[in-house]
Design a protein around this ligand. Structure first.
Ligand code: GDP
Length: 194
């Protein structure tokens, strides 16, 4: 079993310049409600660590968590968040894009896709954009437990195909049932290794 990631909340930043210096970073993106906070809590085996992103105001910020060696995980604002205006949404998307493009220490972008729902058009635009910019990214399908066992193979093929990937390219996780969480912890450690 991979030990939990010893993540501590560092800060919520409204722009890249307000994030701490770091030797290496991974970012987490996904539409709101995809299971981002639950996954960060599962990686750390903590409850409530990533709930800060739910408090009003913080939903629009880059929430930064650090490991003891100073490497960091940044939770980006969920896209498609219903409770913000069109203008706010556009400025948030611009802020996320700037951060992803300009953060030199960024090693990997985890793109969370709801495993039950499959990729939305927003998820597909994000993937297309990451590919066009040549940014390293990993698709993580959430809520594995919500897909019936008999449907899983088919669903895994469908989700991968919709993302223009092979089934083996997608990491499936369930934060509630702790499926795939160990594997993802190992991957995060590899991405953050010097
Ligand atoms: P966020 O908005 O992306 O941070 O999403 P949350 O982590 O708050 O999760 C959104 C909803 O999906 C919540 O009701 C969670 O309990 C639920 N959820 C998240 N992960 C899982 C999972 O692995 N399995 C199931 N069944 N539900 C999940």
């Amino acid at each position: 079993m991979a030990a939990p990631l010893d993540l501590r909340f560092v800060t919520s930043a409204d722009r890249l310049e307000h994030l701490p210096d770091t030797p290496a970073e991974v970012a987490v993106v996904g539409r709101s409600n995809v299971g981002k906070s639950s996954l960060i809590n599962a990686l750390a085996k903590r409850t409530g660590l990533a709930n800060t992103s739910k408090t009003p105001g913080r939903t629009q910020l880059l929430n930064c968590y650090a490991l003891p060696d100073g490497t960091t995980v940044v939770d980006c604002p969920g896209y498609g968040y219903a409770k913000v205006s069109k203008v706010q949404r556009a400025s948030m998307a611009a802020m996320i894009e700037r951060y992803l493009l300009d953060r030199e220490e960024l090693q990997m972008v985890m793109v969370l896709v709801d495993g039950e729902v499959g990729p939305t058009s927003l998820d597909l635009s994000m993937l297309e954009w990451l590919r066009a910019e040549g940014l390293p990214h990993q698709v993580v399908a959430t809520k594995h437990d919500k897909v019936k066992a008999a449907q899983r193979d088919k669903r895994k093929r469908q989700l991968a195909e919709a993302c223009d990937l092979e089934p083996g390219d997608v990491v499936w996780v369930s934060a509630t049932r702790n499926v795939g969480v160990d594997r993802l912890r190992d991957l995060v450690r590899v991405w953050l290794a010097p």
